[in-house]
Design a binder for this molecule. Structure first.
Ligand SMILES: [Zn+2]
Length: 233
């Protein structure tokens, strides 16, 4: 695919001995694409991503894949915290929740699928390691958000989606949710209580796998999706 070089100075060496095994999808969350691109290339902002995809589908490369870009921030997945060293970050131009969140156009998603398929094949990254920023930073981030079509991505083999499972008759205890969320990969307290961090993880899970009802509370529908996702794991 055609990629336009738009180098950002915001990168550094990846940590030694860490595999590149993750992709993190973001939205830019700024009023215009130009503002987002400027910020991701501004040395003072200290943020970047490897790729940015415009709404029309144009793909920009800001940071070489071999370098550590600064997109995930304080983050965690499967107990691992240096997500930037092990990931490729992809920004999708979208105004985001603060500036007028809107559906991702098909032209943009088509470019994303081509780019993801290429990255996953080249590094041998499994679909389960294609994550949203909110998955790895649930207390701070909501991108790429509930309009991002994870299910379609999964249908292309580029992400995971739960198998359909009959919901349990009653909502399981909080500890059950905490254990299942951790099994999926979410860094989740195992406190047995619906604390703030657990609520944030529940919201992140729902935003991704049940986007029509992001309640941050345990319920049978969320339990069914967790069962469908971890059944074969
Ligand atoms: Zn982000």
């Amino acid at each position: 695919m055609r990629v336009i070089e738009a180098p950002s100075p915001n990168h550094e060496p990846r940590a030694a001995g860490v595999p590149l095994d993750t992709v993190v999808v973001h939205y830019t969350g700024m009023p215009t694409a130009a503002q987002a691109i400027d910020r991701l290339r501004d040395p003072a902002a200290k943020v970047s991503a490897h790729y940015l995809i415009e709404t029309g589908g144009r793909v920009l490369r800001l940071v070489p894949e071999g370098r550590r870009a600064w997109h995930a921030g304080v983050a965690c997945w499967q107990g691992l915290s240096d997500i930037n060293s092990r990931s490729i970050g992809i920004e999708l131009v979208n105004r985001g929740h603060a500036w007028g969140y809107h559906p991702f156009p098909e032209s943009q998603l088509e470019s994303l699928r081509v780019l993801l398929a290429d990255i996953l094949a080249r590094y041998g990254i499994p679909p389960a390691r294609v994550l949203g920023h909110s998955d790895v930073a649930p207390e701070r981030k909501t991108d790429p958000g509930e309009l991002f079509p994870w299910r379609t991505l999964a249908a292309h083999g580029l992400a995971v989606w739960p198998d359909p499972v009959q919901p349990p008759a009653e909502t399981p205890p909080v500890a059950w949710f905490q254990a299942r969320l951790a099994a999926v990969g979410y860094c989740t307290p195992q406190s047995g209580r619906l604390d703030d961090a657990t609520a944030a993880v529940l919201a992140a899970f729902q935003r991704r796998f049940r986007p029509k009802a992001v309640t941050a509370a345990p319920d049978t529908g969320t339990a069914a999706r967790l069962m469908g996702l971890t059944a074969s794991a």
